[in-house]
Design a protein around this ligand. Structure first.
Ligand code: SF4
Length: 209
């Protein structure tokens, strides 16, 4: 069975944000939306200069057990047979008084446009994948830090780099049971999961990202 996913090399990521720019350009998302966002992982001191600091791009984790899918009362979210989690149409979002999909996602991967009252997120560039391509962030990282492919195929680039990194290939919040399809590769710093993340876009005075 196919399981498409990402491997992100945090040893290489330098917070250049080409992935974010390419994603915004391709998806033409609503203002302020970041379907992939590079965070700074730092210790409790908040000192960006401390030696453990690294950068971590976070997108939808295309979970094996996506908590967002059953949370949506209008069946907007769907997991495809290749593993990508997509939103077919956001028209029903306008009926939602609350935003249960945002609340259900432990990775804050779903964005919400207050103006149009619609949700949005990384869909793995499913349209490009269906045409034989890869997500837009992959070729646009000039350091080649993002790999994409079938995690169930031992010959895929994703499987190969994950195998190569072994125990230094991490998942975000494994305790949630969401079974994410993104692996973060990190050897030069201690892994901090989602502790101490910072991004200027993270702050949200209205409480919804
Ligand atoms: Fe759903 Fe969040 Fe998992 Fe993406 S990361 S599949 S939005 S629960």
């Amino acid at each position: 069975m196919t399981r498409l996913g990402f491997a992100v090399n945090l040893d290489a990521c330098c917070d250049h944000r080409d992935c974010m720019t390419a994603c915004m350009r391709k998806n033409d998302a609503f203002p302020g939306a970041h379907f992939i966002e590079t965070f700074t992982a730092m210790d409790a001191s908040g000192d960006i200069e401390e030696p453990g600091t690294y950068f971590i791009p976070i997108m939808c984790q295309h979970c094996g057990n996506p908590s967002c899918v059953p949370a949506c009362p209008h069946s907007v979210l769907r997991k495809r047979s290749d593993g990508l989690v997509v939103m077919d149409s956001t028209d029903p979002c306008v009926q939602c008084a609350e935003t249960p999909c945002l609340d259900a996602c432990p990775y804050d991967a779903i964005e919400f446009d207050r103006k149009t009252h619609r949700a949005g997120k990384c869909d793995g560039c499913a349209d490009l994948v269906d045409a034989g391509g890869v997500p837009e962030c992959v070729p646009n990282c000039f350091l080649g830090a993002i790999a994409f492919g079938d995690m169930e195929d031992e010959a895929s680039i994703v499987s190969q780099v994950v195998e190569q990194y072994g125990p230094a290939a991490f998942r975000l919040k494994p305790e949630t049971g969401n079974d994410p399809s993104v692996r973060y590769l990190l050897t030069r710093r201690p892994w901090k999961d989602m502790e101490g993340l910072y991004s200027p876009a993270w702050e949200d005075p209205e409480g919804k990202r």
